[in-house]
Design a protein around this ligand. Structure first.
Ligand SMILES: Nc1nc2c(ncn2[C@@H]2O[C@H](COP(=O)(O)OP(=O)(O)OP(=O)(O)O)[C@@H](O)[C@H]2O)c(=O)[nH]1
Ligand SMILES: [Mg+2]
Length: 583
């Protein structure tokens, strides 16, 4: 592989790795936003860990392939490492347990090994140069202390560090001691981010077992066990006799190998192949970064799927409770406010005044003015003229004590009571969906009620204004104005015409004529106005406007879907969205 090709491959790899990071980052940000859902914190921490590991991978992209051998005490890790490195005893193996107490790093590239040793903490690493001719240049082989002896706790931090820096993990189990397989469960968190070619499970000391039993029973059992313990991450489980490949196996005459079945060559080809091939290490690292991302997403997906049902039930119960409460509030508002309905009539007249022209229009203006003076409810007439609408007097804090604020206060009281009454059931569902137990507190529905106060006031005001506006538009049409003004205008025209005509023929009309004409016009005007009033009464009575406004309010409330700005609602929606995205 030429230098140029290598660099190109590296850039491509960096791009892909960056993509994995970005996706984890996105998930992490969303998880950080849903503080009330308890699993989010742990998942976010896992994201942060994975991000750190991926960052490490991209920083190590140019380094040699790191293959680490892990496993329980006495399973033959050191023997296997020595065998792979040519068979000399580079990492001491033996009967005294544990034999290996520090990380032993075997490689041909001194510089790389020194760099890696420094990263792992120089004190806990011994390095050995491999001189075997078949050993590839770009390979760093690491022997580790066991993961189960009494000293393992002391070794664990170094072990975790080395696993985080590894590209391939070889996990060695002792074939002689099948009980030790359950150690796979212990290793599961360590191997989580490896899969496919990056993870090899090895059953060592196979020479001690019967060949037939090994092939037909022990190996298949081992594969099944390991796949279930590691959630299918491992493709390969090999049977080995590592000791056979030492330069001096030193067999005990009483425990000679029982057969020749051994897959050591397969393991060697795999490991050496990855290290020798120019892109091997780069591809492995991209693959490992992808696996890290997949592991984090899968974990989040599992957690979300576990709560999906409860989350859905919680949302449904919450929105049901909210719309019930809102409906009760709206009903209370309606019954309280219908006492003020008289004001609405004046509001309709006021709107019509602005639209109507002609004699009936003037009559309407005079009548409206009289109504205002008569009823002393000038406040209502502000409707439509300023930003302070019908509800200005309803807003909490302002206009306290005025008759109108009772409606809203009663409505909100009902809303609050309804919400508080139904809250325990909703909170229980949310807690079952692993929401923080704090949602049980009564403060949650109360904050939500506070937010609703402003919304309800504004909605009701808008609904009334729209209804009044509609009624005015209906009754202010040009056709109707023409029709109702027609008789008066006709008579006025006629009287005008005859007055002008007789004036020019000097045949002057008498005083009686004008008195008579005045009364005819007055009667026509009054009759027309009465007809208009009947029409107004029929199509824009305050009750009717209230009913229409109420219908509109009901519709808007159903569409409102609750005061979504409340943190709980937002977080619930976010978690559900995450759950939806996760599958
Ligand atoms: N029969 C047989 N014995 C083996 C084989 N591999 C290792 N052994 C023996 O098992 C014992 C333990 O081997 P080590 O390589 O020291 O095991 P380890 O896993 O490194 O042990 P710790 O460093 O203590 O965790 C030694 O006596 C080895 O000779 C094998 O393939 N067959
Ligand atoms: Mg050892």
């Amino acid at each position: 592989m030429s230098q140029l090709e290598r660099q190109k491959a590296m850039l491509q790899a960096l791009g892909r790795i960056e993509g994995f990071s970005a996706e984890i980052e996105l998930l992490k940000n969303r998880l950080d936003g849903v503080t009330l859902w308890r699993p989010a914190a742990g998942l976010s921490r896992q994201c942060a860990e994975a991000l750190g590991m991926i960052r490490g991978i991209s920083m190590r992209l140019e380094r040699n392939l790191v293959v680490t051998v892990i496993g329980p005490s006495g399973s033959g890790k050191s023997t296997l490492v020595n065998a792979l490195a040519g068979g000399a005893e580079l990492s001491p193996s033996g009967h005294r347990r544990p034999t290996t107490s520090a990380l032993v790093l075997l490689g041909s590239g001194e510089e790389d090994a020194a760099e890696l040793a420094a990263d792992l903490g120089a004190g806990s690493v011994e390095t050995r140069a491999v001189s075997s001719p078949g050993f590839p240049e770009g390979l760093c082989l690491i022997d580790t202390p066991d993961t189960d002896s009494t000293a393992y706790r002391k070794h664990l931090p170094a072990l975790e560090r080395v696993v985080a820096q590894s590209d391939v993990l070889v996990c060695v189990f002792d074939a002689e001691n099948p009980k030790r397989r359950d150690h796979a469960d212990f290793l599961a968190p360590l191997v989580r981010r490896f899969d496919g070619e990056s993870l090899v499970a090895v059953l060592n000391k196979c020479d001690r077992l019967d060949a037939h039993e090994l092939e037909n029973q022990i190996l298949p059992d081992f594969r099944d066990y390991i796949r279930s313990a590691w959630r299918g991450a491992v493709d390969r489980a090999l049977c080995l006799s590592a000791r056979r490949h030492l330069q001096e196996p030193g067999w005990d005459p009483a425990a000679m190998p029982r057969h020749d079945f051994d897959q050591f060559e397969e393991l060697r080809r795999l490991v050496f192949g990855l290290a020798g091939h120019g892109r091997g290490a780069i591809d492995r690292r991209v693959e490992n970064a992808r696996q890290l991302q997949a592991a984090v997403l899968a974990e989040a997906g599992r957690e979300l799927a576990a709560d999906r049902g409860a989350l859905d039930a919680g949302r449904q119960a919450l929105s049901r409770l909210q719309s019930d409460a809102m409906r009760t509030a709206a009903a209370a508002l309606r019954s309280e406010d219908s006492r003020q309905a008289g004001g609405l009539g004046a509001a309709v007249y006021q709107k019509l005044c602005m639209r109507w022209v002609g004699p009936v229009g003037w009559m309407l203006a005079v009548w409206t003015r009289l109504m205002v003076i008569g009823s002393g409810i000038a406040a209502f007439l502000r409707l439509g003229r300023s930003s302070e609408g019908f509800f200005a007097r309803h807003r909490p804090g302002e206009g306290a004590g005025s008759a109108g604020s009772d409606g809203l206060a009663a409505a909100l009281q009902r809303y609050r009571l309804e919400l508080i009454g139904g809250w325990p059931e909703v909170a229980e569902l949310l807690v079952r969906a692993r929401f923080d137990a704090a949602v049980r507190s009564i403060a949650t529905p109360l904050t939500s009620a506070e937010r609703f106060e402003t919304q309800l006031g504004a909605l009701w005001e808008r609904a009334i204004e729209t209804s009044v506006e509609r009624a005015a538009r209906r009754l202010g049409g040009v056709g109707l104005q023409f029709l109702i003004n027609a008789p008066v205008v006709g008579i006025l025209g006629y009287v005008g015409w005859s007055t002008v005509k007789t004036f020019f023929s000097a045949d002057y009309l008498g005083g009686d004529y004008f008195l008579h004409a005045f009364w005819v016009i007055a009667i026509a005007l009054l009759l027309s106005f009465v007809i208009l009033q009947v029409l107004i009464r029929l199509s824009a009575s305050p009750e009717r406007i209230m009913a229409q406004a109420f219908d509109r309010l009901q519709k808007e409330i159903t569409e409102l879907n609750g005061p979504v700005e409340h943190p709980l609602h937002r977080q619930l929606e976010d978690v559900l969205q995450l759950a939806g995205a996760a599958g």
